[in-house]
Design a protein around this ligand. Structure first.
Ligand SMILES: *Cc1c(COP(=O)(O)O)cnc(C)c1O
Length: 482
């Protein structure tokens, strides 16, 4: 399988090359040149690691299959407590695909526990010996998931920059207590945009790159535009479908709808790959919060980021530019020049409109909707009171949209974070009193619901804080060059 840019047909590259590079040289994203065929009959009985190895082998064709099997085995068993791809019935015809049983309690673990291994192996495949330094600006979940994935790996260093006044207490402690000799964590005096702009400037800084190259270091990013982050997410759509069939919730071959709490469009796009590979997927329902730029786009064909930005209770979906949408536009049109044109319009004017045919194709596969914080909070309460199902604010947005958009097919809602990652918001939604500290709130949530908090979150209070440095945005460059 070869990969090409969404913006031009420059030389196609191998999977290893796409993973080492991240972005294509023309600024586009790497996409596979075709959709490999799924072997549903052969796959339906596999366990999660076996299925992951099968799916990945179809895309990462220059990797040794034995390596992929080992990597999938070590990634998706113990670190996920044996609960990778777990599907739970919630109400008649409605299911939750719980993706938060990994080490950092958010779905990003599926990609970020595996992708570091893929990157190390890609460098071996290509005979590359330089050190890779990963820079991450994070508003919360990505930073910890990346730290946990890259810590302790040979030939890799990682530096994470988070906004001093932007993360929850738990999210901050998850990062500053991270173990490992190859990790560094910095608080940036400012908000997420300050941290992100500072890191982006380093990536665009030719002098910085030259200086690092002189020391044998090459910069890389861990964000979701890398093919190595997208590919592992395809697996759980297949796995969930097989479990729904096994439990009798869906007939073999019957389409299932998936409703996905969406920000950067990576998670839901993985579902589109599964569909194109032959999985019986009905609609992929894109759920947005009040930052509803994607819901508007799927409804109207106009993507317009010129709108107010809201900070919501589902912060991982607070995004106005969904990078991975570019991959979908390419697959819908097969026309890199047209995609490049829309992306140029987005950069220059802040908006673009796709043609009627592309919109019709988009709407064949995708539904959409959005919910604000109050609706999501009411949903957390209702799910608990009616179904005894406890969900986090991101998942609650998807439950709201699933309810509004669902047809007759069974629906699986992707549950992307543990409710215990946002214990204060969840408690408030349940109508309970909310203590000041996140840890007291975790205990109160356990007391109110009988659900235990994940050990990886509870133990944070006892772990030593390793990183206390805070710096101004202007000092990000110097820290990145250390
Ligand atoms: C990142 C994230 C999302 C959004 O996923 P995308 O792939 O960016 O669309 C949703 N929920 C949670 C909890 C997340 O961490």
């Amino acid at each position: 399988m070869q990969y090409q840019s969404t913006r031009g047909h420059n030389a196609a590259v191998s999977a290893s090359e796409a993973i080492v590079r991240g972005l294509a040289p023309d600024g586009g994203l790497y996409v596979p040149q075709e959709f490999p065929r799924a072997d549903l009959e052969a796959w339906r009985g596999l366990d999660y690691p076996q299925l992951a190895a099968e799916v990945l082998a179809l895309y990462l064709t220059d990797y040794d299959p034995a390596f992929l099997q080992d990597a999938a085995q070590s990634t998706y068993t113990a670190p996920f407590s044996g609960k990778a791809g777990r599907v739970v019935p919630v109400a008649p015809g409605l299911h939750a695909l719980e993706l938060w049983h990994g080490p950092t309690c958010a779905f990003k673990d599926y990609a970020l526990q595996l992708m570091p291994k893929l990157l190390v192996q890609a460098k071996r495949n290509l005979g590359r010996t330089e050190k890779t330094r990963i820079l991450v600006a994070t508003s919360g979940d990505t930073g910890k998931a990346a730290l946990a994935g890259y810590a302790g790996l040979d030939g890799i260093e990682i530096a994470v920059f988070y906004p001093n006044d932007g993360t929850s207490e738990i999210q901050r402690l998850q990062m500053v207590t991270q173990a490992g000799d190859n990790v560094a964590v910095y608080a940036v005096n400012g908000n997420f945009d300050d941290a992100q702009s500072g890191v982006k400037r380093v990536f665009g800084d030719a002098e910085a790159a030259a200086e690092l190259a002189g020391r044998g270091i090459c910069l890389s990013s861990a964000n979701s535009i890398n093919w190595g982050r997208l590919a592992p997410q395809i697996v759980y759509y297949f796995y969930a479908y097989f479990r729904l069939v096994e439990s009798g919730a869906a007939a073999w071959g019957q389409p299932v709808d998936f409703c996905v709490p969406t920000g950067n469009f990576g998670d839901i796009l993985a579902g589109y790959y599964a569909k194109r590979m032959g999985l019986p997927v009905g609609k992929l329902i894109c759920a947005s919060n009040k930052n509803n730029v994607l819901a508007d786009f799927i409804r109207t064909g106009t993507y317009d980021k010129r709108r107010e930005f809201y900070k919501t209770a589902s912060p991982s979906m607070d995004i106005l530019i969904s990078s991975n949408l570019e991959r979908l536009l390419y697959h819908l049109t097969g026309d890199a020049a047209r995609v490049a044109g829309w992306m140029a319009e987005l950069a220059e004017k802040g908006c673009y409109t796709v043609d009627a045919e592309t919109l019709a194709r988009l709407q064949e596969s995708f539904g959409c909707g959005w919910a604000d914080d109050a609706q999501a909070a009411a949903m957390i309460r209702r799910r608990w009171e009616e179904d005894r199902y406890l969900c986090d604010p991101h998942t609650a947005v998807a439950f709201c949209v699933a309810e509004e958009q669902r047809g007759t097919a069974p629906v699986a809602v992707l549950s992307t974070a543990s409710p215990f990652k946002f214990p204060r918001d969840v408690l408030a939604a349940l109508g309970a009193g909310v203590p000041d500290s996140d840890f007291a709130a975790m205990e109160a949530l356990t007391a109110a619901t009988g659900s235990p908090a994940p050990e990886s979150l509870r133990c944070l209070q006892q772990l030593p804080v390793r990183f206390r440095e805070s710096l101004d945005p202007a000092a990000i460059r110097a820290a990145a060059l250390r």
